[in-house]
Design a protein around this ligand. Structure first.
Ligand SMILES: NC(=O)c1ccc[n+]([C@@H]2O[C@H](COP(=O)([O-])OP(=O)(O)OC[C@H]3O[C@@H](n4cnc5c(N)ncnc54)[C@H](O)[C@@H]3O)[C@@H](O)[C@H]2O)c1
Length: 363
């Protein structure tokens, strides 16, 4: 049986889920873990019994036996340099979103993976949500006819929003609606986005990092399909890292509505009140089984590497999503629609907008 040596760089919440999954599968011969936080590294070492554990990812690069690497680090600015080093070092890479912070960085990662004949994918785990996979199936087999509209409304708990927004000044459309843009574009393939119009509203998050609480983004596709994606991160606690999503897809021959608000598992206790359990976006291990998308997604990438099969999410599709959310940020700032694909003028305006954010002169 063919097995591989795999590594996780960054083993916080998401990297911990990846490490947990990799520690259970017979496809991994030896597991290697890396985190710059000694306390967290000691914790995952005790939990998942890796072959090696290191504070420095150079040790992963230096080990020629490691062929598959999962990168789940924060802050998101380190995605590009770590992924670049791994791809240069000949490793297959699964990287969490965002693929990079700049379009040229994403382009370089894509080039490196192609030149070195390596698998490279982005962790858009909602594609492994069975409800969304079913929507894809019903669109592909023609049940819905021609799709007319897609609406996605996703809200995260404010504790998670605060965690994300405190480490990096990225908006809800970049950090959250990115998942929805990814799977909606997948559902609507081969249609391409041609226009984006986004608006944001301030509330709880403004004092935390100046960000909107909620952004609503409309995307027009080149075949006329209209997409509306709402992403917010100001819900009161309902479960640690709670996420609620409502999806409506209409077509010429049918419609498919998905209630992914996660209110179907209701735990009520004296200590914690009411909680909607198993309701995080990536999912969680429940003893012997995984509730959610990240478990199957982790194994899918491993199998794509071992069997030399296609990855579910191409980096080119992640780049297209990146173009859209970058345009959405600009649109919300300007209060007007932005055309896609990005023109040089728009790329320059996005760079200027990001500069204002970094300088703190943008609300
Ligand atoms: N797919 C999903 O549903 C989903 C959900 C949440 C987050 N994410 C993404 O996953 C990524 C990780 O998020 P998280 O919530 O696990 O963050 P986290 O902060 O809990 O974990 C990140 C870990 O990376 C470590 N790290 C930072 N720099 C490092 C380096 N140079 N070398 C090794 N380790 C390093 C940190 O010490 C930390 O333990 C983010 O990019 C986020 O956007 C995806």
């Amino acid at each position: 049986m063919k097995t591989v040596e795999a590594a996780c760089i960054g083993v916080g919440w998401i990297g911990g889920l990846r490490a947990d999954t990799l520690s259970r599968t017979a496809l991994v011969d030896k597991l290697h873990l890396c985190d710059i936080r000694p306390d967290r590294l000691a914790e995952v070492k005790a939990l998942y019994k890796p072959h090696t554990a290191t504070l420095n990812y150079q040790d992963i690069l230096d080990n020629p036996n490691i062929s598959v690497v999962y990168i789940s680090t924060t802050p998101e600015a380190n995605h590009y340099p770590i992924a670049r080093d791994c791809l240069k070092g000949g490793k297959h890479v699964m990287l969490e979103k965002p693929i990079a912070l700049e379009l040229w960085e994403a382009d370089e990662l894509i080039q490196l993976s192609k030149r070195n004949n390596l698998k490279f994918t982005i962790g858009y785990s909602q594609r492994f949500n069975p409800k969304i996979a079913f929507a894809k199936k019903k669109i592909t087999d023609g049940t819905l006819g021609n799709v007319v509209s897609v609406l996605v409304s996703r809200h995260l708990s404010r504790a998670l929003g605060k965690k994300i927004a405190s480490r990096v000044r990225l908006s809800p459309v970049v950090m959250e609606s990115t998942h929805d843009l990814d799977f909606v574009y997948w559902l609507l393939e081969p249609a391409k986005p041609v226009k984006v119009y986004s608006q944001g509203a301030y509330g709880y998050m403004k004092p935390v990092n100046g960000s909107h609480d909620v952004m609503f983004t409309t995307v027009t596709m080149d075949n006329g399909v209209v997409v509306m994606i709402g992403g917010g991160w100001n819900l009161p606690p309902s479960y640690p890292n709670y996420c609620a999503t409502w999806i409506e897809i209409t077509g010429t021959d049918g419609a498919f509505f998905i209630d992914d608000t996660q209110r179907d598992n209701w735990l009520s206790t004296e200590k914690s009140g009411q909680e909607f359990t198993m309701s995080t976006m990536p999912g969680e291990w429940v003893d012997h089984t995984f509730a959610g998308g990240i478990g199957p997604e982790t194994i899918h990438f491993l199998e794509a590497c071992i069997k030399n099969g296609p990855v579910m999410v191409t980096p080119e599709s992640a780049r297209r999503v990146m173009e859209t959310y970058s345009a959405a940020d600009l649109s919300a700032d300007r209060g007007e629609p932005v055309d896609l694909p990005l023109s040089n003028e728009t790329i320059s305006a996005i760079a200027e907008f990001k500069e204002k954010i970094r300088a703190g002169t943008q609300p």
